[in-house]
Design a protein around this ligand. Structure first.
Ligand code: 13P
Length: 250
């Protein structure tokens, strides 16, 4: 039985006060412990959100990390710094970073290796664009992204990873992949893990769906056998909406 994960990716939204208030409202909203709940604020609010969630089981994740340990890398944040701030998780390879900031599979792989040398749980994102889906390349693209991200990653290490399938065309567009479309790709990804590692690893790894998940569609998506939770953008900025998604995961 895979433990569900519901993670909120706040992206570059909110201010300090709003971040603390949102975290407090989610903690207060009744987390019953049957799913891993993770809030991913902008890095500058990481420590205040860690403070707001301290007395709860809610985890706090960063939205990115750099692969070097320290040095002259202006504007970047190391994995050790995130750990020092109290983070428990980190998102890697989000499509916005791949598309807008030129992050390649090779960079995602370096970041994954850096995170593996820390206690953080990585949430590795993969997903195809609309053009790739329409060209029938969805499976090829997500497999290539997985091959790239997991290069040199051992089975023990991979077992710690949470994968997120986020079709780019469904992110922030209001267009959700249908539960059937998502399930099909999740199953294919699980099969990829079985071929690349073992059946035990494939059966254990949590694969989240992301892309316009809302309170109203979460239950249907999360009821699919290979969808183990959600990585939520817009709807994670509203406590009541995010709490509905958490309830659907239970
Ligand atoms: P939306 O839920 O706003 O579509 O964003 C999904 C996402 O990118 C989460 O990482």
């Amino acid at each position: 039985m895979r433990r569900p994960v519901v993670a909120g990716n706040w992206k570059m939204n909110l201010n300090g006060q709003a971040a603390v208030e949102l975290a407090a409202a989610i903690v207060k909203g009744g987390i019953d412990g049957s799913a891993d709940i993770v809030l991913c604020p902008p890095n500058v609010y990481l420590m205040s959100v860690v403070d707001s969630t301290r007395a709860s089981s809610v985890g706090v994740g960063a939205q990115n990390a750099y692969f070097e340990a320290d040095g002259a890398f202006t504007g970047e944040t190391s994995v050790a710094m995130l750990v020092d701030c109290g983070a428990s998780h980190v998102i890697l390879g989000h499509s916005e970073r791949r598309q807008l900031l030129g992050e390649t599979d090779a960079v995602v792989n370096k970041k994954l290796h850096a995170v593996m040398a820390s206690p953080l749980v990585p949430i590795v994102c993969v997903g195809e664009t609309l053009a790739e889906r329409e060209a029938g390349k969805t499976v090829e693209v997500v497999r290539r992204q997985c091959e790239g991200a997991f290069l040199g990653i051992s089975e023990d290490q991979a077992a710690r990873v949470v994968l997120a399938y986020e079709p780019v065309w469904a992110i922030g567009t209001g267009k959700t992949a249908s539960p059937e479309q998502a399930q099909e790709v999740h199953l294919d990804l699980r099969n990829w893990f079985e071929k690349r590692y073992t059946s035990a690893l494939a059966q254990g790894i949590r694969i989240l769906y992301g892309g316009s998940v809302k309170g109203s569609n979460a239950k249907e998506l999360l009821s699919k056998p290979d969808i183990d939770g959600a990585l939520v953008g817009g709807a994670s900025l509203k406590a009541d909406e995010f709490l509905q998604i958490i309830a659907a995961a239970h």
